[in-house]
Design a protein around this ligand. Structure first.
Ligand code: SF4
Ligand code: SF4
Length: 379
């Protein structure tokens, strides 16, 4: 397990800062040993939704373009893509590319993916994702570079490299996977399966400006000023977690990877190349998950009742809601119905996947922890 993580300062999305920071972290991971002339390299960015770069929800296009320039100089043929939530076709994803500023990568000699075919993977050695649908463009690549954005996330607490590989699943199938894996730990296991299947050769985190608060789409941009890279998405995410005041045990993807012996059990097991101190954002606004209450959970009926009572849930901030029905349409459990033009959640049916929170265009759905869980967590 190569647990080295390279960190470099990058104050903003400007040159020469981006160029220097990228060169430093990529030299650290040994990019020249990985990328050979003629290789077809897929850069899997985070394009969660059609949002401008300033919203800090997506991988910044200027950083992605700079990576493409470096890869082109190494002789690689580069294609950049992702499957956002929603339809997976030219019209929808093309609009996402435009609003996210991703045409910048074309100026850097790369091309954007326009192959919207899907395929089924059989992966019997997986713990959860034994068969799954994925985006076929990844088959055209000799290797994948995972270029994520550091953000808060309703279900996983944090979105960085491991969560970013969920973009390999076509947007139209994502709600189904939430429904099949409603438990956060199982969902995390499925994400780890995807990472093990696609095995990105390098994972890079855009933590120049991350997203805090109601992430991964409706939070606030927060400057962190760091660019990170690693050969291990788990080691990279363990360091990302530290930057925003979380630990391996707070993030289901990291806990699961550690339990399986794939990732570090603690930050002390990461070989950190570069100092982290100046990048840690002590007052980073985290999302309202039930972190640290796992000890109260059990199995069986009683365990499920306790778990449900303590679980965070989506709550509507009615003053922000415009009644667009997007949450109703995306809810995989069909737990949302509209009443007087506002969404009403059937708490018994809700599986706490937070798709409604993730894709509300107005940030009107927020993650809230029940009072009892907040009190217990404080203790
Ligand atoms: S997606 Fe957001 S704005 Fe639209 S109806 Fe649901 S809560 Fe309201
Ligand atoms: S109401 Fe929201 S959190 Fe609950 S199942 Fe539907 S989309 Fe998921």
């Amino acid at each position: 397990m190569d647990n080295r993580v390279f960190v470099s300062p990058c104050g903003d999305y400007v040159m020469p800062d981006m160029e220097r920071a990228l060169r430093e972290v990529l030299a650290g991971v040994g990019i020249e040993d990985i990328i050979k002339p003629g290789m077809r390299v897929g850069v899997k960015v985070n394009l969660v939704s059609a949002m401008k770069p300033a919203r800090a929800a997506t991988t910044h296009p200027l950083l992605a373009a700079q990576l493409c320039r470096i890869l082109a100089r190494l002789g690689a043929q580069v294609v950049v893509g992702d499957s956002p939530g929603g339809l997976y076709n030219q019209a929808y994803v093309g609009g996402v590319y435009s609003l996210c500023g991703m045409h910048e990568v074309e100026k850097a000699g790369a091309r954007l993916n326009h192959n919207f075919d899907t395929a089924q993977a059989d992966y019997p050695q997986a713990a959860y994702a034994k068969t799954f649908m994925y985006t076929s463009w990844l088959d055209e690549c000799d290797c994948i570079i995972n270029f994520c954005k550091l953000k808060t996330h309703g279900m996983m607490g944090m979105s960085a490299a491991v969560k970013n590989m969920f973009g390999a699943v076509p947007g139209t199938f994502k709600p189904e996977y939430h429904y099949v894996y409603p438990d956060a730990y199982e969902f995390a296991g499925m994400l780890v399966d995807l990472n093990e299947y696609f095995k990105p050769v390098i994972s890079i985190a855009d933590a120049v400006v991350g997203m805090e608060g109601n992430g991964p789409t409706a939070g606030s941009p927060r400057r962190i000023g760091a660019l990170l890279a690693s050969r291990s998405p788990y080691a990279l995410d363990a360091v990302c977690a530290e930057l925003i005041g979380l630990h391996v045990s707070d993030v289901p993807t990291l806990s699961y990877a550690a339990d399986k012996g794939l990732g570090p059990a603690d930050i002390s097991q990461v070989q950190l190349e570069g100092s982290l101190d100046k990048f840690i954002v002590a007052d980073f606004k985290k999302i309202d998950r039930q972190d640290g209450l796992g000890f109260l959970r059990g199995t069986g009926f009683a365990g499920k009742v306790v778990s449900k009572a303590l679980s965070s849930r989506p709550v509507l901030q009615a003053s922000k809601c415009i009644g667009c029905r997007k949450c109703e349409q995306i809810c995989p459990a069909k737990a949302i119905s509209m009443r007087r033009s506002r969404p009403s959640i059937d708490r018994g049916a809700c599986i706490r996947c937070f798709c409604c929170q993730e894709f509300c265009p107005k940030g009107a759905m927020v993650v809230r922890r029940p009072l009892v869980a907040r009190v217990l967590n404080r203790k």
